[in-house]
Design a protein around this ligand. Structure first.
Ligand SMILES: Nc1ncnc2c1ncn2[C@@H]1O[C@H](COP(=O)(O)OP(=O)(O)O)[C@@H](O)[C@H]1O
Ligand SMILES: O=C(O)C1=C[C@@H](OP(=O)(O)O)[C@@H](O)[C@H](O)C1
Length: 330
């Protein structure tokens, strides 16, 4: 299926060319639909495009091209004066597009625009947020630490990984050793202490441990800040932990590096935990996000793209009053 996104001055209109799909809604800004970089597959003037998205460029209301979903049904894209125009939605042959390589075709420039979006969004959040801490919650390997670092850096907040804080309480003993030499309960008590201490500070981004949400009492601390659930499909989590190994994740059993085993353990954990993650102020569904952006899978979402989306959600939460900052001294 091909999807095209039109351009206009002052607003962007996105629609699907597939009659079986509901038309896309009008969007107030291009940023709502665009998250990843254009990837030209060759360089030079004649380009075969593998266009999966677009980037805002330049001034207000002037937005750049546009999207096709897959290689087999690429749209023809023209680029004129840095403004992309979709031409047709059902071209089966991938056309080589004559393009001015000094213009919109420069993937690196588009990537840096994307970084620019992160900057812009984080400035908005800093302005709105008054320093409330952002707690990322979600399953192990959902990317809380990876995305948390990007977010903290963009916002100018301090980043903390609660597992590292816990380790610092016991002389740097690794999490798996705390589980082994002490117990999971001992680890959970330290986790509660870490959350209590972190919740007393401002302007932090905290990557919580995957199980932190389960203890009711921990929510007294998590609710001091804005909570965001990074909801990654279990098969992607299993793929990630199988790739990096489960050594540091005692709940998966240090010896388990097999996808099927990891998948089964993670699925069971997810079943019991989903209801707790769902208490967060917002849920960022990676599956939905990847599909909205016509990506092949959730791992095509870069940490920067995810961070931008988290910032959009936080803006919404703050503007809609979903999160109200607790009074000082509360
Ligand atoms: N957006 C992403 N795409 C692909 N891999 C990712 C992404 N985010 C994180 N990872 C990988 O997943 C693994 C777990 O990430 P991490 O940030 O440590 O998760 P968590 O803190 O939730 O346990 C790491 O190997 C990391 O490189
Ligand atoms: O899911 C869990 O219960 C755990 C997740 C881990 O953190 P990450 O989510 O950062 O991997 C760590 O706190 C500990 O191994 C327990």
């Amino acid at each position: 299926m091909a999807v095209a996104v039109g351009v206009g001055v002052g607003r962007a209109v996105a629609f699907s060319s597939n009659p079986r799909c509901a038309p896309w809604k009008e969007v107030s800004s291009w940023e709502s639909v665009v998250q990843v970089a254009v990837q030209p597959s060759t360089s030079g003037r004649a380009l075969s495009w593998r266009v999966e998205c677009a980037q805002p460029r330049g001034g207000r209301g002037r937005w750049e091209v546009c999207a096709t979903r897959n290689e087999a049904a690429r749209d023809q894209i023209l680029v004129e004066n840095d403004v992309g125009v979709f031409v047709s939605s059902n071209a089966v042959q991938a056309p080589d597009v004559e393009i001015d390589s000094s213009g919109a075709a420069d993937g690196q420039a588009l990537l840096s625009n994307f970084e620019g979006l992160l900057k812009k969004k984080s400035e908005e959040v800093v302005e709105l947020n008054e320093g409330s801490t952002i707690f990322l919650v979600g399953m192990m390997a959902s990317g809380k630490s990876t995305v948390g670092r990007v977010l903290a850096d963009a916002l100018g907040y301090s980043f903390f990984d609660s597992d590292e804080v816990i380790e610092s309480y016991v002389g740097g003993l690794p999490v798996k050793e705390i589980f082994r030499q002490h117990s999971e309960t001992a680890f959970r008590d330290l986790e509660t202490r870490a959350l209590r201490e972190l919740s007393g500070a401002n302007s932090l981004v905290v990557a919580t441990g995957g199980g932190a949400v389960v203890r009711d009492g921990n929510w007294d601390y998590l609710r001091d800040g804005i909570t965001v659930w990074l909801d990654v499909p279990v098969e992607d989590l299993a793929r990630r932990v199988t790739t990096v190994g489960t050594e540091s994740r005692p709940l998966l059993g240090g010896d388990c590096c097999d996808f099927e085993k990891a998948f089964s353990k993670l699925s069971k954990l997810m079943e019991t935990r989903e209801q707790y993650y769902d208490r967060a102020h917002c849920r960022l569904s990676f599956r939905d996000l990847a599909s909205r952006l016509h990506l092949t899978g959730v791992d095509a979402l870069t940490p920067t793209a995810i961070a931008v989306q988290v910032l959009e959600e936080i803006t919404r939460i703050l503007q809609e009053g979903v999160y109200i900052r607790p009074p000082v001294g509360y």
